[in-house]
Write a protein that binds this ligand. Structure first.
Ligand SMILES: [Zn+2]
Length: 418
């Protein structure tokens, strides 16, 4: 499969872009090449797609189900009870809804933290995106559940990857307040043994930090370090409340951070120290949406803007959260965090990209394309999405989208009656 995109704006020049199989093979002015598909890039710009490094994709089916509560009440009173009643078939329908929303807003990769991995993998395989699908560890300090989780982790390891070219298998732990030390340590061991990426929520709220200090005399980050969970393949989600020593430990370990600005605002968790952390480790900060329950969408365009605005308020400086830095964390840093040679449109990189409509009013005038994408754009500005050398959205259309929405609506009707 080959694609030729003709006369498209790239780095302030009009070029042709040739994609062969799953890579950008030539980006240059005015060359001709035979291709299976030719796209007219006139009045479009080719840009990297987005890499959402923290998500609970299937929670999209619970969008608007419960809002305006604090994190603990929200999880324990509403979210966890309804999640316990969802079936694998429900998760498949919900994952397809999430992926549709992500494609429509230019996202080609998501790091997922959820239960029932197989249906989500199936949805990823069918819809053409990339994902890091992790086995989800949470035992609420119940020994029986710890044992069950360890057994099920082994099943996950043995489960064949249905789409190795686009799915990365990994492991995730919910948090230090919901996973026992035994299971955290076991997860760290498995991540090392299987060379898995590890995701964990950490230092999301002040309460999490103060409870951890009270219980074990350490910050959550220090606890992860002690139990062997900090590594270059670890992605720490939230990291809102970090001590100076926590920052040193994260930096030394080479771990990545996924900031989730919309979720942090909605749950009133706090403001990520973007200015300080980006200056300390510019390649290690990435962007996530969190699940659609705490956001309430998976739109990286919106999250980029809010990330920048929080950075300015948090540091009390309008020069914080510059659009080019926010764009980097949402594209190349996110790809790098999961070992993907993409996140940038260049020859030799995996062919993931979006084509942006330069005739859209949100993109006009075009003094600065990245500024427009971070501060002005909405999903309507993204016309086409390519992932791994295949077109997954063409002129705003995604295959089966009507069916995906219909199934999600029917599932929501069922959930209302539970
Ligand atoms: Zn989360």
């Amino acid at each position: 499969m080959s694609i030729l995109i003709k006369n498209v704006l790239h780095n302030n020049e009009i070029v042709n872009v040739f994609i062969n199989n799953n890579k950008f093979t030539k980006i240059s002015k005015g060359f001709e090449a035979a291709a299976d598909i030719v796209i007219d890039g006139d009045n479009k710009a080719i840009m990297p797609a987005f890499y959402n490094t923290h998500n609970h994709a299937a929670m999209s089916i619970l969008r608007g189900y419960s809002d305006d509560k604090n994190l603990q009440d929200w999880l324990t009173q509403d979210i966890w009870p309804i999640e316990a009643k969802l079936t694998p078939e429900d998760i498949y329908i919900a994952s397809r809804l999430a992926i549709l929303e992500m494609i429509k807003s230019g996202t080609v990769f998501f790091a997922d933290m959820y239960f029932f991995n197989e249906p989500t993998m199936q949805a990823v395989k069918e819809m053409g995106v990339r994902a890091a699908i992790s086995f989800f560890e949470m035992d609420m300090f119940d020994k029986n559940i710890t044992t069950q989780k360890i057994e099920k982790t082994k099943d996950f390891i043995n489960m064949p990857n249905p789409c190795p070219e686009r799915i990365i298998k990994g492991i995730s732990c919910h948090s230090v307040y919901s996973v026992s030390e035994e299971l955290l340590q076991y997860s760290a061991k498995i991540a090392k043994q299987e060379d898995y990426f590890m995701q964990i929520h950490v230092a999301e709220t002040q309460k999490e930090v103060s409870d951890c200090l009270e219980k074990c005399g350490k910050t959550p980050v220090a606890k992860l370090k002690e139990l062997g969970l900090l590594s270059p393949k670890t992605i720490l989600s939230h990291a809102v409340y970090l001590s100076e020593q926590d920052i040193i430990d994260i930096k030394t370990s080479g771990s990545y951070i996924a900031t989730n600005p919309v979720s942090n605002l909605k749950l009133n968790s706090g403001m990520f120290m973007f200015d300080k952390l980006y200056s300390e480790m510019p390649d290690k900060i990435t962007l996530g949406t969190d699940g659609a329950c705490s956001n309430n969408n998976l739109n990286m365009l919106e999250s980029m803007k809010i990330c920048s605005l929080i950075a300015k308020i948090q540091a009390n400086k309008p020069t914080s959260g510059k659009s080019e830095n926010i764009f980097s964390i949402s594209t190349r840093n996110g790809a790098k965090a999961f070992g993907l040679n993409t996140g940038i449109v260049k020859e030799g990189a995996l062919a993931d990209c979006i084509l942006v409509d330069l005739n859209n009013p949100f993109m006009t005038p075009n003094y600065n394309l990245i500024s427009n994408l971070v501060y002005s754009a909405d999903s309507s500005c993204i016309k086409d999405v390519i992932c791994n050398g295949k077109i997954i959205m063409r002129e705003n259309h995604v295959d089966n989208e009507k069916d995906i929405i219909k199934q999600a609506q029917l599932l929501a009707e069922k959930i209302k009656k539970i």
